[in-house]
Ligand binder design. Sequence first.
Ligand code: PMP
Length: 397
Amino acid sequence: IFETVELAPRDPILGLTEQYNADTRTEKVNLGVGVYYDDQGRIPLLKAVQQAEAQRAQAAAPRGYLPIEGLAAYNKGAQTLLLGKDSAIIADGRALTVQTIGGTGALKIGADFLKQLSPNAKVVISNPSWENHRAIFERAGFVVENYPYYNPETHGLDFDGMVGALKALPKGTVVVLHACCHNPTGVDPTAAQWQEIAATVKNAGLVPFLDIAYQGFGDGLEQDASVVRLFADLGMTMLVSSSFSKSFSLYGERVGALTLICGSKDENARVLSQVKRVIRTNYSNPPTHGGTVVASVLNTPELYSLWVDELGEMRNRIRSMREQLVTKLKDHGVKQNFDFVMAQRGMFSYSGLTAAQVDALRNDHGVYAVSSGRICVAALNSRNIDYVVNAIAKVIG
Ligand code: PMP
């Protein structure tokens, strides 16, 4: 059965990390990753998480199966983070949230469910997008196309191109949008641009699928949810995938959620019953540990405020790294303008470095970035930034 199986291409980003791990240079820096590191270059274990885990260990609770849709307290917490505690949509019973295996799991469950509902719909994603978006929706059986997003000339958003393309899409097309901190570019629409994008999506009868994997890394938890609330308040029915991998620094615990906003309470109950069937036939029910930890942080006031502070520290550290990168490149006499890096949001930056410059950074200096020029600003720290700046200055020439 396996004789004719062809070798699949290596995952470009994980492949880069393999190469980095094999590099023997001590000064090497990996900016190719999609992970937040602290100033010591470590993945943090948040204090709020440690305390919730200690409580859990103390309680010595049994590990039975969770319900198909996951922990109720987790789902409530995730939904409130998105829609706000005074949300009329929640009060009306129009939102449902299920615990998923990371943000990836939320996208996959959402994609499988959509395929069941509209088998002939097309899916559009931004150009460029997180590389797994295309793969997930194609695997679910959809034809996936791009809408214009990034303009390399301006290092900003191709707003007219984006809105023009959305307007021309057939009704019922699923449009995947990054609600904040666009991966890979770091370029987000402004609030005014979002208003127009949301109105366009609504008028064209498109199905919004908002992906929010970095809530809290842009301007704050509430601010970063504003795009989700904008779409929801326009009365659209929609899907939202959330990930807590980064915001809780719980990558390996696979903590995510899929939220669906329905037209009515009755519709909500029917949709939930079908989403549960999709989950049941994928992985039956989600794991307990990460979900329990996140649920207790979200629902315990002291842990919640500790988490908000720790998330704020991560956000501020990234911002400070952006500032330092831009300033230090200038101080180093680099003529090329990098000011756009300051306007970008979240962990990533489309740095504007060419594929050849990225190659030179890796080969000559052991500084690893994605060939598109994407760098993870959250992997810079006070110890490696001067080395990276020096390396960039050298390859730019
Ligand atoms: N969406 C985007 C835009 C992402 O960047 C990521 C993670 N890199 C995900 C979804 C998936 O998140 P998770 O790791 O929780 O599956």
